[in-house]
Ligand binder design. Structure first.
Ligand SMILES: Nc1ncnc2c1ncn2[C@@H]1O[C@H](COP(=O)(O)OP(=O)(O)O)[C@@H](O)[C@H]1O
Ligand SMILES: [Mg+2]
Length: 356
């Protein structure tokens, strides 16, 4: 162990539907952390096993890491006298103390506050949002409720669950009156467009709700906005700031699906996004306000719609652990503003260490 280095545990993989995206993000993070860090890599398999991985970073994205012969069980100890990772071998365990944990995990049990709760219990500093803000950003019903109470405009919405599905026609009528077709249907807690659908009539609404409710016990139904899709990058703790440039996504398919995001490459990115200076400023200011209102710390990518008819700025969602490959929007926006990917990692770790 090198006494002068900051010891970072990087966690990757995870049980969510975004496991593969996490592997891609983690490979970039691991390849770009400077040598001021001593890095312990903890992989979480899809079925939830935690292991220390000591092989090459390149084998992370191709899944070969899971069959590495030197894997050993590695878990975050909730015992505050350890402040570190328990490594389990044949002859018992050793404690590997760490200065900070960096969860490079997306979606369920990575970005939803659960693992953040473990770090909080353990008394180990970590990168990014805490338990409560992570959970509130993950849950689309909570995001709507908190941000709207703080005067931030989001799409008009209603909530649907199994109980409402039992009297579907009454629910549909209420949604039609408030939202009109087409509507967007999204599981309250999912991510990466899993279970997201669009409905042009009552029949499609029903099947889209059923699909979304397979992912979660509740789903958000929203008015469909004719829009330009733009993203902002916020960084910091109490005085968090949005990057001075915003990004724009142009999906080539009907909407920004999981496949378009990660598989087909059928999405065009524009940095800077094609909006006026006035709209760009409004987006960045709204992002900073939302970050603060919901209690974020460290970083978040905050996504918006700019409505085509009147340029209204409508917040879509807050991603507390955004995609983090070197070509992902969040690091790209900072890079455009002069902060390299490696420098961004240094800043994130510093922000995690500074937080009390
Ligand atoms: N209310 C809406 N109106 C129009 N398009 C929407 C709306 N909500 C979502 N979309 C489209 O669906 C995509 C996925 O929805 P989003 O809320 O970002 O879910 P996820 O958490 O899965 O990323 C968005 O990127 C956007 O293209
Ligand atoms: Mg999204």
């Amino acid at each position: 162990m090198n006494e002068n280095k900051i010891r970072v545990a990087v966690l990757f993989g995870g049980v969510s539907s975004e496991h593969e995206i996490s592997l891609m993000s983690a490979e970039s993070v691991l390849c770009n952390l400077s040598d001021q860090y001593e890095v312990l890599r903890i992989g979480i398999t899809k079925d939830g096993r935690w292991v220390e991985y000591t092989g090459s970073n390149e084998e992370i994205t191709n899944q070969k890491w899971e069959s590495d012969t030197s894997l050993r069980t590695a878990v975050v100890s909730p015992d505050r006298s350890h402040k570190g990772i328990l490594l389990l071998g044949k002859d018992g365990y050793t404690v590997y103390p760490v200065d900070i944990c960096f969860p490079v995990l997306h979606g369920k049990h990575g970005e939803d506050g659960t693992i953040q709760g473990l770090f909080q219990l353990a008394g180990i500093p970590f990168v990014g949002c805490d338990t409560i803000s992570s959970a509130n950003c993950m849950d689309k019903e909570m995001t709507h409720t908190i941000l709207e109470a703080n005067g931030i405009r989001m799409a008009k919405w209603v909530i649907v669950n199994e109980q409402k599905m039992q009297d579907f026609d009454a629910f549909a009528q209420q949604a039609e009156e408030k939202l009109g077709y087409p509507m967007f249907i999204k599981p309250a807690n999912a991510g990466s467009s899993v279970g997201v659908g669009k409905a042009k009539n009552r029949e499609e609404l029903k099947s889209a709700c059923e699909t979304a409710l397979k992912e979660d016990y509740k789903a958000v139904v929203e008015e469909c906005i004719e829009m330009q899709e733009v993203e902002t990058a916020v960084l910091g703790n109490e005085n968090a700031r949005a990057a001075g440039v915003i990004g724009e996504l142009v999906p080539v398919v009907e909407f920004y699906t999981y496949e378009a995001k990660y598989i087909d490459g059928t999405t065009e990115l524009h940095i800077p996004g094609r909006v006026s200076e006035e709209i760009s400023l409004k987006l960045r200011q709204t992002a900073e306000k939302a970050f603060k209102a919901i209690g974020c710390e460290g970083f978040a990518r905050i996504d918006f719609f700019v409505r085509k008819s009147d340029s209204e700025v409508i917040l879509n969602e807050i991603n507390t652990i955004p995609g983090f490959t070197s070509i992902s929007m969040y690091p790209k926006l900072w890079d455009y503003c002069g902060m390299s990917y490696s420098k961004l990692l240094d800043n994130l770790i510093q922000l995690g260490l500074e937080r009390k």
